[in-house]
Design a protein around this ligand. Structure first.
Ligand SMILES: Cc1cc2nc3c(=O)[nH]c(=O)nc-3n(C[C@H](O)[C@H](O)[C@H](O)COP(=O)(O)OP(=O)(O)OC[C@H]3O[C@@H](n4cnc5c(N)ncnc54)[C@H](O)[C@@H]3O)c2cc1C
Length: 564
């Protein structure tokens, strides 16, 4: 018997949307005509995490503002409270008598992991059903990685969860009476102001960004995602929306599939060489972005399966490598963009201002911190998490470890900051923009300003060591030493056997029977890659197989991402 006087509670967290929202859909279905209300909590312990930044608060505020309107149209009230989760739900239960909370599974930080455990215990004791549903391709309580690709595909191809209007017979009165803290920004929460020049939040903005990418910008994804000059417009820029759940992964996947099919159909009838080239570029780009959508969940699954990797090396044999040697001066120089390596400094300064960097530049700044400066990934990762608007714990910590050589299963991928600068910003446009001290430096010296003769430094108005720092370390020598130390650890027999366990637990599978692998466009691309590889074998670090690249050395695809 459904008691219509008792409302159903939906807890919204990192799922700030109404489209394709399985938890909302389930709540409305389970209410069977009774009222449903949504709760969002401003949890002091979440806001106090070192990963949290004012920009996250403001992006979240924009998402919540959109959500409140959209929920209102569905007849669902959004109630917000400020406080610890168990205390808040206990209070709300006393006020409304709800017996069911529906939420999405969250693969979060240690703080939210512990909070969810506390809440589950409270719910058990209080006789409240706490139902958590998946919202991405991440599988809770996954026994083995074998077959995971297929599960992911099934989820992405399943119909979206439409949320019907809640008719809300009964139970309304108690919901209408509930106090709500409203939608809070930095000032309300006692935080310093958000100073980032960043993307706007909200479900509406997320749809616009997706459409703009799939209809216009995405044409240049393949080939345009590595350079800091082209990546801001060539990349999809969907990451903060996915991180805050302003759009679902399934919506993005299905929209990209629909576009891919459209492009394929058009390519069958295109006759002009220009149209054909254009459609081929689209095919390459859509294929490349779809691989990355898969990686999103692949990386999150690692943290879901082993929450400890937020704090500990995935390969425990690497414990002790860097822990005792974090040099505060080096860390501070890296954070401030004052390492003396222009591209690294430009990236760090641009990140702090905009909240975003493309994959290649993220990998570069981490590689520089972990290998050249020999900094442990945890403090560098916390700084980046705070400044990445799209901070997603599962991707973030897995990537930090991968780019620091502590997984045991990935090849070392060490980026040369000068080579990257010459390749990705040859004219120094990005560098001059973010490192104005170098604005007057002649092009011949811009990527290695420390080689400028003193007379040139004087005429350029940039004295090395005064206006702009001399290199903090000798990159080549530092990297030689880093490789030596890592080799000692990784080649030890115990580490090798431990690494096999890591591969078994976290490694991607070359699951060739998956539905997407049977796709004709993918088959064509795979054949093309095999042909190219036979013609000119790629070095190990550049091997690429659909979906297997993250394990084979850092995500690059020969289609779009070149060498390091
Ligand atoms: C050290 C490091 C830390 C990172 N931390 C985060 C993070 O906290 N949050 C985050 O979303 N991404 C993270 N990434 C992955 C990647 O850099 C970003 O997803 C991407 O730059 C976001 O921009 P975009 O949405 O335009 O990406 P696009 O290139 O357009 O890709 C589309 C989507 O695919 C997913 N994706 C893309 N690249 C990767 C990847 N290499 N691994 C996993 N998923 C990927 C993201 O969801 C992204 O939004 C990190 C990468 C590195 C090297």
């Amino acid at each position: 018997m459904v008691d219509h006087a008792v409302p159903v509670c939906v807890w919204v967290k990192r799922d700030l949307r109404v489209a394709d929202h399985p938890a909302l859909a389930e709540a409305v279905a389970r209410a069977r005509g009774g009222a449903v209300f949504a709760v969002f909590l401003y949890e002091p312990e979440v806001l106090a995490q070192p990963e949290w930044d004012a920009s996250h608060t403001e992006f979240q505020r924009e998402c919540l503002a959109d959500l409140e309107v959209a929920l209102g149209r569905l007849g669902i009230r959004l109630v917000t409270r400020r406080g610890e989760a168990v205390a808040m739900f206990d209070e709300l239960r006393r006020e409304t008598g709800f017996r069911l909370i529906v939420a999405h599974e969250e693969t979060g930080t240690g703080v939210t992991y512990a909070r969810d455990r506390r809440l589950r215990r409270w719910a058990r004791e209080a006789g409240v059903e706490f139902l958590e549903l998946p919202q991405t391709g991440v599988v809770r309580r996954l026994g083995s990685r074998n077959g995971w690709n297929r599960l992911w595909e099934q989820r992405m191809e399943a119909p979206q969860a439409d949320v019907p209007r809640s008719t809300g017979r009964g139970g309304h009165a108690s919901i209408a009476r509930l106090a709500s803290a409203g939608i809070l920004g930095c000032r309300d929460l006692g935080q310093s102001a958000d100073t980032k020049d960043r993307q706007r939040g909200g479900e509406h903005a997320a749809s616009e960004v997706l459409d703009d990418f799939l209809l216009r910008r995405g044409r240049h994804y393949s080939g345009g995602i590595s350079s800091p000059l082209s990546s801001p417009t060539s990349c999809s820029r969907l990451s903060p929306y996915l991180a805050f759940g302003a759009i679902s992964m399934r919506t993005v996947w299905q929209a990209s599939e629909a576009r891919r099919r459209e492009v394929r159909a058009n390519s069958l009838t295109a006759t002009s060489p220009r149209d054909r080239a254009d459609l081929k570029a689209w095919q390459r780009s859509l294929n490349a972005v779809q691989s990355r959508l898969h990686w999103h969940c692949h990386f999150m699954q690692k943290l879901e399966d082993e929450p400890a990797i937020e704090f500990h090396n995935m390969l425990r044999a690497a414990d002790g490598l860097r822990e005792a040697e974090v040099c505060p001066e080096r860390l501070a120089a890296w954070q401030a963009g004052r390492t003396g390596y222009p591209l690294v400094d430009a990236c760090m300064r641009s990140l702090v201002t905009t909240g975003w960097l493309a994959f290649r530049m993220r990998a570069l700044v981490v590689s520089f911190a972990s290998y050249s400066l020999w900094l442990h990934w945890r403090p560098t990762g916390l700084f980046l998490a705070r400044h990445f608007l799209d901070f997603e714990p599962g991707i973030h910590w897995s990537q930090l470890q991968m780019q620091s050589g502590t997984t045991g299963i990935n090849m070392l991928r060490i980026y040369n900051p000068t080579k990257q600068a010459i390749e990705q910003d040859p004219a120094g446009v990005f560098i001059r923009r973010w490192v104005p001290e170098l604005a007057g430096v002649p092009p011949a010296y811009l990527h290695m300003p420390w080689t400028m003769p003193v007379a040139v430094q004087r005429s350029a108005g940039c004295m090395i060591g005064h206006d702009y720092p001399a290199p903090l370390v000798d990159h080549a020598a530092a990297v030689r030493e880093a490789k030596r130390r890592l080799a000692v650890v990784r080649n030890a027999p115990a580490a090798r056997s431990e690494a096999r366990g890591v591969a078994e637990r976290h490694g991607s599978r070359r699951d060739r029977r998956g539905a997407m692998q049977q796709d004709p466009v993918r088959r064509t691309l795979a054949r093309e890659i095999t042909r190219r590889r036979k013609a000119a074998p790629l070095p190990d670090s550049q091997r690429w197989l659909p979906f297997a690249a993250p394990e084979s050395g850092g995500n690059p695809s020969p289609l779009d991402d070149g060498s390091s």
